[in-house]
Design a protein around this ligand. Sequence first.
Ligand SMILES: *Cc1c(COP(=O)(O)O)cnc(C)c1O
Length: 834
Amino acid sequence: MIMSDVPASGATANASATTTDVQGDTFQHDVVRNLICRQARYPDIATTHDWYMALAYSVRDRMLARWAASTKTYAAKDVKVACYLSAEFLIGPQLGNNLLNLDMTSEAREAMRALGQSLDDLLAIEEEPGLGNGGLGRLAACYLDSLATLEIPAIGYGIRYEFGIFDQEIRDGWQAEITDKWLQKGNPWEIVRPDVSHYVSFGGNTQSETDAQGRLRVRWIPARQVKGVACDMPMQGYRVNTCNVLRLWKSEAVESFDFQDFNAGEYYEAVEEKVVSETLSKVLYPNDEPEAGKRLRLAQQYFFVSCSLQDMLRLMDAKGTPLDKFPDLFAAQLNDTHPSIAVAELMRLLIDDRLLSWDAAWDITQRTLAYTNHTLLPEALEKWGLPLFQSLLPRPLEIIYEINRRFLQDVRRQFPDDEARVKRMSLIDETGERKVRMAHLATVGSHSVNGVAALHSELLKQTVLHDFAEMFPERFFNVTNGVTPRRFLMLSNPELARLLDQTIGNGWRRDLAQLDALAAHADDTALHDAWRTIRRGNKTALAARIQNATGIDVDPAALFDIQVKRIHEYKRQHLNALYIISLYRRLLRDPNLDTAPRCFIFGGKAAPGYAMAKLIIRLINGIAEVVNNDTKIGNRMKVVFYPDFNVKNGHWIYPAADLSEQISTAGKEASGTGNMKFMINGALTIGTLDGANVEIREEAGAENFFLFGLTAQQVEERKQAGYRPAEYAQGNDDLRDALDQIAQGRFSRGDKQMFQSLLDNLLKHDPFLVLADFADYVACQDRVSEAWRDTRLWTRMSIMNTARSGKFSSDRAIAEYGEHIWKTRATRIDLARS
Ligand SMILES: *Cc1c(COP(=O)(O)O)cnc(C)c1O
């Protein structure tokens, strides 16, 4: 099927290498040839970056041989392809992971050593593609890894942003945003395909006409068109031949559209048009951004969805599959509402271009699409104002109106005399300025709707999609998120992986549930010693990076207490900060207090327009400045804000954590995936009953988890009863003192104004119940300190967390999507016969 996509000969210079694959000296030869022929360099003058590129191309060549075999097999066989539509793919650095999945890390290390290069140096200089904000984009990347590893035919579809998520620097304690120029030195993993491109329309108007057969047809006469060009990246499965593709669309001007018959004035207009077209895929939008750049964002969403659906139709045609079999060839998963315009766009392509009837098109659309919800936060549920929608996408909007008309008819039929329900369920929000509700569009147009953790899926049915769950109960599922054990255990914690092999055999590498066998060794003293030695090594490595990035000295013997994730009020980094202040004050009051040394480590980016989140970063840095320089405290506590948290830094952070902070207000974190990465690596969790924490605690056992805080239900009750946060401050000396210290400028070099808005917000509104949970959080942290004193107990709990983490593999999650939602099957790829 994807036959036409086999790379042109230039890119597959090494396709013949399949037979001589992974022989040290052959590989070394390939690297030198790529250095000369692709980089136009030779060994004597090559920089480290040149060697990195040469190595990356040589690894890519190995993958392309598998890609060709996969493509050929999918074309020949009756397979179903899972298409994962996502505005974000936070894939992380590729070299190490590709070497791991091809099982050629040691060969590459040897070959590079023979060439006088250190593989670790080459891994270290790789720039990561920051094509995502955080958890949602990282989930998409884990799912591509698992799809290929489980040998499921799949395509990831998204946007090739020229500038990804900004790089973060800390200046004077504040976040500074630096443009992410990830493509500046080239991306060796990418294959641009000018031959695979599609046109996308914007603006203009529509006209109705009757065709020769007497059918009513609508013509969209757009004001402009943009071309999407495919940029592919190979996604290699772990120790299998399957190599799938991540296809990202880059926007380009449609030259023929503007450059015909222009005079001088029109020429410059056409050039301007070209500039506008190319800005479409220019930059990734940070989330949590209030009302910024809305128009371009909707245009981006439509652009990549339209290109992707047209591409699927093209592949169907190339395979010779009839149109009515489209849902048997493709399953398309919408990663949140960002691609939900797919409902209208697939209808448009089927009706306007392929001349299907409404009913036939609707049947295909619903059977193809499935929707994953990622949030219950009202401000994060996407809605687009009608005037914007109308001016940008007039034809898709007409289709949405017609979907809505028919849908509301069904609602009225099923629930007579309930106009309040009709209003609530409508695809158009008529309260205030009229808007399209994208979550409703996705739910109505899909055969499956899922949340991302058991609690989240339940709350989804009780709250934001309650009416829909009543109308279509059979449509609702849960698939708890997962993370890839390749990147987050084997690649980033190789010593622990080796110890696991020695202790329980290596079956866990293909089936993470087998980690359970480790539980039988939880009291084995020799294992305890080896476990602690490895953890100490990981902490020492992180301490060196902290020293390098921040100048702060931390003691690897201290308890590493880590909270890394986007900075957001619902995630409550400020709850952690308040606790740190209270602990600091306790140590000052009682210099002889016998507490275990702790190192508090934070990391995460704040959306550039989210003032409160940026202020929380400033507060953490203010506390760090005071605590780390207080000679009365010494090594008993340290506070670190590790700058620029991304996937690459995560490789060093997750394996070095003793304690994982998962302290969001219950009911607000849909799942979390950072919590899973920590657990797999043996960290204990301090957390609320939120998102996947609930299941982490169930799996680990309550005795191996530090639970605190209000439940989701209690949070709602507390709000209903009229929550007054100031009363909590009045009733708790430590809390009042911590807030006073901030107000007095203690952490802002005497500036009493700096944190005023943060304090006001906490004392007057506190929408995320930070103050209500403070006392219980402190009590729970005391239990953590007690447990840490008992090294045997702590090590046992750490081992039990890893042992019980098998459920949180993305392989399990993808198997569930495949079985219940996509109906996909594994397809073995045979290299020899290709
Ligand atoms: C895993 C990950 C996240 C998600 O973390 P949560 O704790 O689930 O919010 C965000 N950013 C990066 C870089 C990650 O690797």
